[in-house]
Design a protein around this ligand. Structure first.
Ligand SMILES: [Zn+2]
Length: 253
């Protein structure tokens, strides 16, 4: 009765599985022997550099805003004690900041990447605010789509004071299109900043709608990676209550 188990089909599968195990084992041995660095695997995830960005807003502390525009290689980010900022955030509720991973195939990004690789030993490079804007003003739309959401977030952060409409558009794009796991970390900052800018622009109806979408996307009964902090939830709840009562809104972030 059990003869069927020995059919050629099953043998093919077994050989394939064995083959995979051998390949994996070989890979492990190579890693352990130091011939392949574990970070090389990390490097191949479609991200070639990380840019740390904070919103261009007066409420961001001096330490965090000084870290805006720092660029790192994935191998640096993968280090155990890696932090994108130079000191400790000075606000009781930490400022918003996001480490945006990019493949960076467009001209301006390739220039930044080359500069970064040439300075890899220094532990990263720093772009000025103008250079960050020049990066996202490049021809990125001609390249593969993987960077679109990250570019929109950097753009939105960078233009809050310069062109509020550009910022609002950028944040709207992120909250509407951010559906993949790698976009999760962009969502809470984008919802918070979008609400703030909409209130500033007097778009109270859309601000309220945005808070409600935030609440249904991150139910308070659930916890998860890149979910809002208790303070961030409280901030949105307060703004919602004020909007519903038609009270003047406190403008701090
Ligand atoms: Zn800070």
């Amino acid at each position: 009765m059990l003869e069927g188990w020995e059919s050629p089909d099953v043998t093919v599968y077994l050989v394939a599985i064995l083959g995979l195990l051998v390949v994996w084992q070989y890979y492990q041995i190579q890693i352990m022997a130091g011939r392949i660095m574990a970070v090389d695997i990390f490097d191949r995830s479609g991200i070639r550099m990380y840019v740390y960005v904070t919103p261009h807003d007066d409420h961001v502390c001096a330490v965090c805003s000084a870290s805006h525009g720092r660029v790192f290689l994935p191998s640096q980010v993968a280090k155990k004690k890696f932090l994108p900022f130079t000191g400790k955030c000075q606000r009781p509720t930490p400022c918003i900041g996001v480490l945006v991973g990019l493949y960076g195939a467009w001209l301006e990004a390739r220039g930044v990447l080359e500069h970064l690789r040439n300075n890899a030993k220094k532990g990263g490079i720093q772009l000025s605010s103008e250079e960050v804007r020049a990066l996202v003003n490049g021809q990125w739309e001609r390249c593969i789509d993987t960077d679109r959401l990250g570019v929109h977030l950097i753009e939105a952060f960078s233009y809050e004071k310069i062109n509020q409409e550009v910022s609002i558009e950028g944040y709207r794009y992120v909250v509407n299109e951010g559906k993949e796991v790698r976009h999760l970390m962009f969502l809470v900052p984008a919802y918070l900043r979008l609400t703030q800018l909409l209130l500033r622009a007097g778009e109270e109806a859309e601000a309220l709608e945005n808070i409600e979408r935030f609440e249904s996307r991150f139910p308070s009964t659930k916890r998860g990676p890149h979910f809002p902090s208790d303070e961030q939830r409280e901030l949105m709840r307060t703004k919602k209550a004020q909007l519903l009562k038609g009270l003047p809104l406190q403008m701090s972030a």
